[in-house]
Every structure is written in C-alpha cells, then in structure tokens.
Design a protein around this ligand. Structure first.
Ligand SMILES: O=P(O)(O)OC[C@H]1O[C@H](O[C@H]2O[C@H](CO)[C@@H](O)[C@H](O)[C@H]2O)[C@H](O)[C@@H](O)[C@@H]1O
Length: 368
C-alpha cells in the first residue's frame, strides 16, 4: 500500500518547498498479520508537511484565532455578540447546509442499506464535554455504554489528539480501535485470551511518527519549564504531539504563551504548529492526520475500495476536518460535525453536543 496524498495542509501557508523523503517503516512497526487486522508488508510514503513554524495561528492575527478557537458560549462567537434568538435563527439557517444527523437518520439508513458501516469517533467535545481541566474530561457511563453497544455491531475507532494510552484509559473499552496523537499512533483491539492457557493478544500497532518521539519529549520538557510561571498554562504530552493549553490563562498572557511556543519551535524545523480549542499543538511535519488515520484503518480492515462500506466520522474540532475532507473527497460516507454554533465545515451532517452524539450512536446500533 502506498499512500500518496495530494491533500494540501488545511493549516500551513508557508511556501517553502521541501523534498519529500520516503519514510520506510521499520518491520517492528509493521502490523503483524496473524490476527488479520492490519495488512502485512506496508510501505508507506508519508509526505512531509511544509516545515512552517507558524500556521494561521501565528502568521496573521493569531491572537484573534486564539480568542475564537473555542467559544465559551454561543452568545459570543467569532467576535460577535448574539442574542439567544439570533443564535437559534443562525443555527437553524446553518442547519439547512449541515442537517442534523438525528433528523436525517432515515436518509442515512437508506444510504446504508446493503452496506457495512464503519464508525470513527473523536473524543474531546464529541464523547466528553469540553471542561477546563483536560485531565478531567471524563465520558459518562451512559456514553460508554452507547459506544460499547454500537461497537458490537459496527467496527468502531476512536481518533483523538490525545495520546493513545490516555484516550484509551478515558474510554475504557478494549474492543475498539484507537488512534492517538491525531492519528499518529494506531492500535487495533486487544483480544482477550481464548482460554486461560493463552496470553492476551496485544492489538497491532502502527506509529508513522516514531522517529519524532525523543524530539517531542524534548519540546515537552522545554515548554513545561518555559511556561511554569504562566498561571493556568498547561502542557500535555500526547506522545507524538504536545498540547499547550491556554484555556485557564488570563487573556493578557495569551501572547506570551504563543511567543514561548514560537520561540521553541524555531529550534525545531521538523515540527509544526496547529490550533485546537484553546490549545496550541506541536506536531511532526509529517503529512499524517486524522484523515490519513481513517484511510489507514479502512485499508487495514479491508474496507477500503469497497462500495458496500459506509464510513461515518463524528468530531467537533479543526483536526477532524481532515477526516471530513477525506470522506468528502472520496465521496465516501459522512462526516458529522459536533457544534453548538454554526461554522463552515467539510462535514455533511451536524449534532449539537455529546448528548446528541450518544443518541445518534443508539440509533445506529438500532439499525445495524
Ligand atoms: O482530538 P480530540 O480527542 O478532540 O482531542 C483534542 C484535544 O482535546 C483535549 O483538549 C480539549 O479538551 C479539553 C477537555 O475538555 C479542554 O480543556 C481543552 O481546552 C481542549 O483543547 C486534550 O487535552 C488535547 O490534548 C487534545 O489534543
């Protein structure tokens, strides 16, 4: 399998051309084939993203970007103040383009007839509500039950910006596929022993950015040190990427946070910066994202190039747009954007919040 992406980064604007080295994936990282989950002998060409230090966050009005990156409520959005009525009217209008996946379930079911659904779920803001402390973003037991139930009928993967280990711990379900670090750390389900004489089989692993591990660690340590005096700043090690949270930082210090990040990145031309919800994220320049992870998983599951497969991806964040874009460009399946406020997206449908995501999964389980 040879991934050759034409996708241009949705974020970087740096025009510096670079060569695209072919990254041979070491055998030890190749999925083993005995369980038949991941195909063997993969040799991926992973295009490198342009080595820009700065994305839209820093190249233009990054302070504005920081401000609008996660509306704390729907009354203030993208710099505008809305009354509740305005918000409702705007949202209803927006839903003409991105209809609710709940009210469109019949249409989805009709299109799924004779097809196998594959479900991809983002974690933060999709399965768990956005909270101030990233370590406390727990999903409810009801949500866990809904995921467990839908996964009985539909192959289900969690694709998150968090480290795979952390998101797996939050979700707590062994039977799922997990892709952490924005898709750069993929693992298949852990199979329980068939009987007490056999060992638990660890899921197959695929880590296209493994060579960046020590560099990311270094950056993590530097950023922790650098930001230690900024009240509320939190640096999270997501294994193949680092998140610098400014949600709890006084707005007056946001510039300082961004400058510190920018300073450190100057020493790492092979890392780049993207922007999530009140978080700056540092990751390898590899052009590997959630869209690539979906492509990889479909391929590994033997579900790519099949007309009888309907992938559905549910997510709330900018990084999920890569997956929506992949599905749209391939005219395959549906992206479902989770948002309480209107925003442009490559998704096909919308859901307002995690509780609607849960309802949607219950409906999917019912029809599968
Ligand atoms: O891809 P995701 O699963 O959506 O992960 C994206 C980032 O999510 C987390 O941060 C976000 O959620 C936190 C908890 O609600 C919130 O406090 C923070 O402001 C948000 O940016 C996570 O902590 C990051 O590492 C992920 O990259």
């Amino acid at each position: 399998m040879d991934f050759k992406s034409n996708h241009s980064s949705p974020i970087l604007t740096d025009p510096i051309p670079i060569s695209k080295p072919r990254l041979g994936i070491h055998d030890s990282l190749l999925p083993y084939s005995s369980s038949g989950v991941f195909s063997q002998g993969l040799f991926l060409t992973i295009p490198w993203n342009k080595p820009g230090l700065l994305d839209d966050v820093l190249s233009t009005s990054w302070l504005d970007a920081m401000k609008s990156s996660s509306p704390r409520n729907t009354m203030k959005y993208n710099g505008y103040d809305f009354s509740t009525n305005d918000v409702d009217a705007a949202y209803r209008n927006w839903m003409l383009k991105y209809p609710s996946a709940l009210t469109s379930i019949e249409q989805i079911v009709n299109n799924a007839k004779g097809k196998r659904i594959a479900l991809f779920l983002d974690y933060d803001g999709t399965l768990s509500p956005i909270v101030d402390n990233p370590d406390h973003a727990f999903m409810s037991n009801a949500m866990r039950a809904a995921v467990r139930n839908v996964a009985k009928y539909i192959p289900t993967a969690i694709i998150s910006g968090r480290s795979r280990e952390k998101v797996r711990k939050f979700v707590g379900l062994k039977e799922l596929y997990y892709a952490g670090s924005h898709g750069m750390d993929i693992m298949g389900p852990v199979h329980p022993p068939a009987d007490h004489t056999t060992e638990t089989k660890v899921g197959n692993l695929y880590q296209p950015a493994s060579e960046f591990l020590s560099m990311i660690n270094e950056v993590f340590v530097s950023l922790v040190e650098r930001t230690k005096n900024i009240e509320g700043a939190k640096v999270e090690n997501n294994k193949f990427c680092v998140s610098v949270h400014y949600r709890n930082v006084d707005e007056k210090s946001w510039t300082t946070v961004a400058e510190y990040v920018q300073d450190i990145l100057k020493h790492y031309p092979r890392l780049r910066l993207t922007h999530g919800r009140m978080v700056l994220e540092i990751r390898p320049v590899l052009k590997w994202d959630k869209g690539k992870a979906v492509e990889f998983l479909l391929e590994s599951l033997g579900l790519s190039d099949c007309d009888d497969v309907l992938p559905i991806y549910v997510g709330d964040d900018r990084t999920d747009e890569d997956a929506f874009k992949f599905l749209r460009e391939r005219s395959r399946g549906y992206g479902v954007l989770v948002t309480p406020a209107p925003k442009e997206s490559n998704a096909h449908y919308s859901l307002r919040d995690p509780s609607e995501v849960m309802e949607f999964m219950n409906l999917l389980a019912g029809i599968a």
